[in-house]
Every structure is written in structure tokens, then in C-alpha cells.
Design a binder for this molecule. Structure first.
Ligand code: ATP
Length: 233
């Protein structure tokens, strides 16, 4: 489904990614972990056309994404929720959700407003509130709900549980877990390793701008030496 082939990228003259290779097949839930500054966010940004590549390429369903604008990449079926959630402060919850909605590609039954409100009942209670009046957890639910309403084939989440209360973290983890097997693929980055291990069935470890390990979640979770070496846990 998505494949990064040896990509390199820099902020100005500072190289940040050094030959990242990574792939996620359809239906895979991939977690990306690594210390602060390892290049996780930059890797996600490179998948959605927000980071110019110095080398390498990104393929989605075998098609190179080079030269495509972010909105075109979205239309191909990739939804991206950035770390700051990207909610529009002055829109109400309902306005944000209805604006995002896009039917699934092949006429299949996909995400509808009803289904999103079913998964996140809190958004229904807050439907008339402006997005900037929501708590951090509610904003994250809105950002995820809005992304789901575009009926993506790949959902990319940057730090979906960062800074949220433990109860909300568990709620978001359980919603994300419930999306497994729905046919959609997911790529998630989170400082909260519990979220990544809970949600992802496959894990890639990044260090200093490159992927140093990739494998099944259960295998990497049990590899104390690797986690200690690359994450200090
Ligand atoms: P974090 O969890 O801290 O966000 P990360 O693994 O997601 O870490 P990136 O955000 O991709 O890492 O950052 C990789 C490197 O690029 C870091 O050294 C960071 O300081 C640098 N960097 C990130 N954004 C910029 C920017 N806009 N301009 C310059 N350097 C940047």
C-alpha cells in the first residue's frame, strides 16, 4: 500500500532523514517509535507531501507521490492528523465533520456522520460547540472523526494521545484498536509507547533519521535490549 524507498530529507541545510525505508501493506496497523528528534514526524510529513525529499521516493499503491500536492494525496485516500490536530478553531464540531465528509471510493459503505458519532458519543454532545472550546481529548476525537469521514485507505496519526488524561488515552486507544480489520491501514507515532503497542500490530523503530528495526508488535515489545538501546526504556 505505502512504501518509502530510501528517503532522505533536510530542514534547510540540516539533514534529518537518512535513507528511511518502510512499508505498510493494506490493513496493516504500523507504529513508529523512537526518541525525540529521531525523525518520526518528518517521516510522516514526507508521506503526505509536506516535506520535500532530497532522495528516495514514496509509493502509494505502486504510484510515486512525488510532485503531488497534499490535497491530491488526500484525495488518493491518505488522511493525516498532525500533532497539533489541525482543527479549525471557529468551526463547530458539526461544521467540521460535515465539511470533511467524502464518500468511500468504490461506492462501498464507509464512514458516515452517524457512525463517527457512535464511535465518539462525546462529539455528539458537543456538536454545537466551537472547536476551540473543546478539551484536548475532544479535539483529538474531532480530528480523528474528521479524518475517518474522508473514508481514507490509510490513516496517519501523529501523537494522538500526547498530553491527554489517562481515561481519554484509553478511550482513543480502544477506538483505534476497533478499527483493526476494517480494511484501512494505520500509521501511528506516539511518545506513549503503551498507545503504540496497544494499537499497532507491526512496529518500526527509528533512530537518528533512519529505521533500525521493523517487526511484529509482540516481538519488539518483548525485546527489552532493543527498547533500552533505542528508547532508553
Ligand atoms: P518528536 O517526537 O520530538 O517530534 P520526531 O522523531 O518526530 O521527534 P522530528 O520532529 O521528525 O522528530 O524531527 C527530526 C529532527 O528534525 C530533529 O532534530 C528536529 O530538531 C529537526 N526539526 C524538526 N522540525 C524542524 C524544522 N521545522 N526546522 C528545523 N529542524 C527541524
Amino acid at each position: 500500500m505505502i512504501e518509502l524507498q530510501n528517503i532522505s530529507a533536510a530542514y534547510g541545510v540540516t539533514p534529518v532523514l537518512h535513507g528511511v525505508s518502510l512499508r505498510a501493506d493494506a490493513s496493516t496497523f504500523l507504529g513508529l517509535i523512537g526518541r525525540n528528534g529521531a525523525g518520526k514526524t518528518t517521516t510522516l510529513r514526507s508521506m503526505v507531501g509536506l516535506m520535500p525529499l532530497a532522495a528516495g521516493r514514496v509509493l502509494f499503491d505502486g504510484q510515486p507521490l512525488a510532485g503531488r500536492a497534499t490535497h491530491e494525496i488526500a484525495r488518493l485516500g491518505i488522511a493525516y492528523v498532525p500533532e497539533n490536530r489541525g482543527v479549525f478553531p471557529s468551526l463547530t464540531v458539526m461544521e467540521s465533520l460535515t465539511l470533511a465528509a467524502r464518500p468511500p471510493a468504490n461506492g462501498a459503505t464507509g464512514w458516515t456522520l452517524e457512525r463517527v458519532l457512535d464511535v465518539f458519543p462525546r462529539l455528539g454532545e458537543r456538536r454545537r460547540n466551537r472547536s476551540d472550546a473543546l478539551s484536548g481529548g475532544e479535539q483529538q476525537m474531532l480530528a480523528i472523526g474528521r479524518a475517518l469521514l474522508t473514508n481514507p485507505r490509510l490513516l496517519i496519526l501523529d501523537e494522538p494521545t500526547e498530553g491527554l488524561a489517562p481515561l481519554i488515552v484509553r478511550e482513543i486507544q480502544s477506538v483505534l484498536r476497533s478499527l483493526r480489520g476494517s480494511g484501512m491501514a494505520l500509521i501511528v507515532v506516539d511518545q506513549n509507547l503503551d498507545t503504540v503497542f496497544n494499537v499497532a500490530d507491526e512496529i518500526a523503530v527509528m533512530s537518528r533519521g533512519t529505521v533500525v528495526a521493523q517487526g511484529p508488535s509482540a516481538t519488539l515489545r518483548a525485546d527489552q535490549a532493543l527498547l533500552n538501546h533505542y528508547l532508553g526504556v
